[in-house]
Ligand binder design. Structure first.
Ligand code: DAH
Length: 359
């Protein structure tokens, strides 16, 4: 027998078996596995030495080493299963769950609803209670819906005042615009439906304007009511009820000032007495409104002799800032998480008239 086959396989097996049984934990057991079967382990070393042997010798010694390798492997598995079960039993014996502890706040408790979204939901809830449904239109509008059909012809000064964002002209020369107000949703609704109509249309609008009181994107809510006998009294009642519900006060002073919009006649701007938001003595402008202009009714194919109605347009960001005392409108769109954590609303704080709008 030469040096390689001279090895005491029995002795080696006994050593390894003892080490396996004595391993106190899984980490120690793994060390034993590495000394036996790892790349530089003792059994692996023996396997490598087979290559240098004569064929006869290689056969018998190879079988012996293979058998050893298999038995040691089995012993490792058995011990591993035993140690794993023991570790689990120990954890189960010592670990306790204190079910009286409060639930840790999850992502739902950490998230915040943006004040504009909150106010959007609040006003939708209020108008829904008065029987309004919600209408929508696209942010990218035709020049026709945003201006012409609302009785704002191309040369009208209101076009300049609106600081419109125009898209590239199409081959036929017509241009799409980023809608400058939610009023085109009036046109879309009337073209799609017959009276009676009672809708609000909250949405994003765009104007090329950026300073302390203007952002290039902001939010408006449009209102439109068309029927055969709708009059100015309905408009005033409707806006007054809205303001009381929205600002959560029993009385609100309102001032209707004569104004001009191409799509209404007569037209008014509405101020509220600022005591509603804790600033007595001041007036705050919150919306424009009026009776829908007969030309607008004719433009959508309604008979102005038969139908009439009112419309209004209100700045959502504006009334959000008033109600929740937000100092600068640019903060609304700065995506500053500290601001949102401070001014935002709990996710499950869904505004309802029955449960309170903002409590
Ligand atoms: N569209 C107007 C604006 O953006 C607001 C407005 C005024 C809407 C009077 C109306 C209305 O529906 O009747 O300045």
């Amino acid at each position: 027998m030469d040096a390689a086959t001279d090895v005491d396989l029995k002795g080696l097996e006994e050593d390894l078996r003892r080490a396996i049984v004595d391993a106190p934990n899984l980490a120690a057991l793994d060390e034993v596995r590495v000394t036996a079967l790892g790349k530089k382990g003792r059994i692996s070393g023996l396997m490598r030495s087979l290559g240098a042997m004569a064929p006869d010798e290689r056969k018998s010694f190879g079988q012996a080493v293979n058998g050893l390798k298999q038995r040691v492997g089995e012993a490792l598995e058995v011990r591993k299963a035993g140690l794993t079960a023991a570790a689990l039993a120990e954890r189960l014996a010592f670990e306790q769950a204190d079910i009286t502890l409060p639930v840790r706040p999850g992502p739902i408790a950490g998230g915040r609803i943006h004040p504009v979204s909150q106010v959007w939901d609040e006003l939708t809830e209020i108008f829904a209670d008065m029987g309004f449904s919600v209408a929508e239109g696209p942010d990218i509008e035709t020049d026709d819906n945003n201006f012409n059909k609302l009785n704002i012809p191309p040369e009208h000064p209101a076009r300049q005042e609106m600081d419109t964002f125009y898209l590239k002209p199409k081959p036929d020369g017509s241009r799409m615009v980023l809608r400058t107000h939610t009023s085109p949703v009036q046109i879309r609704t009337m073209e799609a439906e017959d009276p009676p109509i009672r809708i609000i249309a909250p949405g994003r609008v765009y104007r090329s304007d950026w300073d302390q009181t203007h952002t290039p994107m902001f939010h408006q809510v449009e209102g439109l009511v068309i029927d055969t006998e709708t009059h100015l009294g309905h408009l005033k009642w409707c806006l007054e009820e809205f303001c009381k519900a929205f600002f959560e006060v029993d009385e609100v002073r309102m001032r209707f000032r004569a104004s001009h919009f191409p799509f209404t006649e007569p037209s008014m701007e509405v101020d509220i007495g600022a005591e509603a938001i804790g600033k007595p003595g001041e007036w705050l402008e919150i919306l424009g409104c009026g009776m829908v202009h007969p030309k607008v009714l004719a433009n959508v194919g309604y008979d102005p002799a038969r139908y009439q109605g009112f419309a209004f347009g209100m700045g959502i960001d504006r009334i959000a800032m008033l109600k929740y005392a937000l100092p600068d409108c640019r903060d609304l769109f700065a995506s500053d998480l500290r601001w949102l954590r401070h001014y935002g609303f709990a996710v499950l704080d869904v505004p309802t008239l029955a449960g309170g709008l903002s409590s």
